[in-house]
Unconditional design. Structure first.
Length: 588
């Protein structure tokens, strides 16, 4: 399956000239060739979807199109739309009035295309112009590449930033001519797309405080799991043996979803990567069906990675190819439409040992926050001396931001307490989990802990209170203690698959090493060949931190090669079309 098989594309065509008409006609034929179909036309807008299991598309009020699922808190979305007078007001009303996994599209009174992406980020969205056409999509098919921007080209500078900071892959795709709409943003398609945020994590922190009790957190997570899974008749779930997936699976059981779900635990061949004992204890406690499967140590080749380069963004979420393929096969065999995970829990529940939490506590409590006993607890948790922790607590309360390009969520949080800012950074990195991969092409990826409601709740709880006694994910442990086995809630360590991935990387070097050394990233000077040759030495990889970096680089390399060839084909087809006066579509 291709990533585009489950995609959508919105086309505004009421401002086109004869040249645009020829492009649109060719694009339609390309979409039909790829199995796409038109599902809704409204007020100069038309929505096409792919041949796979695509999102629901429907008209809202008289001027809006909803792609995906929206769950109102009170007023129906149509009422919120009808009561809004400006694009920003409509976007704000939608974000404040409900949640879900959706894209909202409408035509403004000025005739502009407006697009809102939900704050959770579960659905992707790019916008661009093509002559007089205005377009928005997540994964357009190559057969309709004629519809992509005139200026389409690989953005090597952006790709280089992703090489250095892989987390940026969820921000701007490394393609000129396309503009990503960030979660919680809306875009107006004027001569150049104008983006504006109506929801950011920093704003949530500034404007609300959540109930910090264990019961409140449990209720929010339970509601999110029930809402996100409610429309799925068959589910497969991940149960790693860790706290986060145990919490999510227990919430599913509490909502009555156990009968329509089955869980999988993947284990490594070393003790630190084998968490079956924890997963099995949780499955027994919550009466859930559990299978276990050994993670195979299989060499990863460029050919296996090739499908991860087909999307608009490099598919770093599929870098564990053996797992990705196996889980996609299991989803298909089970007839499941959703894959339930606990991903994001480390960020949401605050797992990272961050000594800066003493600064957050001091800012919250004032002089009462100068607590040597608390500093000692934080020191033990983070493995810092009490003196270094005290230095943080007594030092400046604001820390200068890091240099370089930043995700939009990080643009307005420099005034936040530093540990809360660190939590937002981790939430940004978690956006990677919504990315394309083989299992995302097989079923919806359901990450309830990264939904709007859960993120808003934990963002409104001060960082030190999320620790509940200076324990990683302390509040979450208390909230779900009655549902989970003590084996999990009292556990001090985490599963570690570093040795497993080290074996995978080493076994993959014979094919990945020449692939990278002779690749486009080196050719474009995004990687230094001599330095890369040293970094790919087996003895160096065995001890270097971030040992899976060669796999990430290989995904970026397959993406660069695929899109280089795809853009060349598109440009040749466009030249042929102009040369013979025909309007045949670009070839995929």
């Amino acid at each position: 399956m291709k990533p585009s098989d489950r995609g959508y594309i919105v086309i505004q065509s009421d401002r086109m000239d004869p040249v645009d008409r020829a492009v649109l006609d060719a694009g339609r034929r390309g979409l039909e060739q790829a199995g796409w179909r038109s599902v809704l036309a409204l007020d100069g807008l038309e929505v096409f979807v792919g041949p796979g299991r695509t999102p629901r598309v429907r008209q809202i009020h008289r001027c809006c199109i909803l792609i995906g699922e929206y769950r109102p808190h009170g007023q129906a979305l149509s009422s919120l739309v009808g009561g809004s007078r400006t694009p920003r007001g409509l976007a704000r009303a939608a974000v404040d009035g409900g949640s879900g996994r959706y894209i909202l599209v409408w035509r403004t009174e000025a005739g502009e295309l407006a697009v809102l992406r939900d704050p959770g980020g579960a659905m992707d969205c790019m916008v661009w112009n093509r002559g007089g056409l205005r377009l928005a999509a997540d994964q357009p098919p190559p057969e309709a590449d004629i519809l992509l921007s005139d200026s389409l080209a690989i953005d090597w500078e952006c790709l280089g930033e992703i090489v250095d900071q892989p987390g940026l892959v969820s921000e701007q795709p490394p393609l000129h001519g396309l503009t990503a709409v960030a979660p919680g943003e809306f875009a107006l398609m004027t001569g150049h797309p104008l983006r504006e945020a109506v929801w950011t994590p920093a704003d949530i922190w500034r404007k609300r405080r959540s109930d910090p009790s264990p019961g409140a957190l449990r209720s929010v997570v339970d509601a999110a799991v029930a809402a996100e899974t409610g429309s799925h008749e068959r589910l497969v779930g991940e149960m790693s043996g860790g706290l986060d997936s145990a919490i999510v699976s227990s919430s599913l059981a509490a909502s009555g979803g156990a009968a329509r779900s089955r869980f999988i635990n993947y284990y490594g061949d070393r003790a630190e990567g084998d968490e079956r004992i924890y997963a099995e204890a949780n499955a027994r406690k919550n009466r859930l069906s559990l299978e276990t499967a050994k993670k195979p140590v299989a060499a990863i080749t460029p050919e296996l990675l090739a499908p991860l380069g087909w999307g608009l963004r490099p598919s770093l979420h599929g870098v564990d190819v053996a797992y990705d393929r196996d889980m996609a096969d299991r989803l298909a065999a089970a007839g499941a439409t959703g894959l339930l995970t606990g991903q994001g829990g480390d960020a949401v529940f605050f797992q990272a040992p961050d000594a800066r939490v003493v600064v957050d506590r001091r800012r919250r409590r004032g002089w009462r926050g100068l607590e040597p006993g608390y500093w000692a607890e934080v020191g033990r948790w983070t493995r810092h001396s009490v003196w270094s922790v005290a230095g943080l607590a007594l030092g400046p309360s604001r820390i200068p931001p890091a240099a370089g390009r930043r995700h939009p969520w990080l643009e307005d949080c420099d005034d936040l307490p530093p540990a809360k800012r660190g939590q937002i950074l981790r939430l940004v990195n978690c956006q990677l989990f919504h990315g394309d991969c083989l299992r995302a092409r097989a079923a919806d990826l359901i990450h309830p802990l990264l939904g709007q409601s859960v993120m808003e709740h934990v963002l409104g709880v001060p960082s030190d209170l999320l620790l509940a006694g200076v324990r990683d994910r302390g509040l979450a442990r208390l909230a779900f203690a009655e549902r989970l086995p003590d084996l999990i809630t009292r556990r001090r360590d985490k599963g570690d698959l570093s040795a497993f991935y080290g074996q995978v990387v080493l076994s993959s070097l014979p094919s990945l090493r020449p692939f990278l050394l002779e690749g486009r990233l080196v050719e474009q000077s995004l990687l230094d060949r001599a330095r890369l040759e040293q970094d790919l030495a087996p003895d160096r990889l065995m001890w270097a931190p971030g040992g899976n970096r060669p796999l990430l680089l290989a995904v970026l390399e397959v993406w660069a090669r695929h899109w280089g060839e795809r853009i060349e084909r598109r440009n040749r087809a466009e030249q042929d079309r102009l040369a013979d006066g025909q309007d045949h579509p670009a070839l995929g």
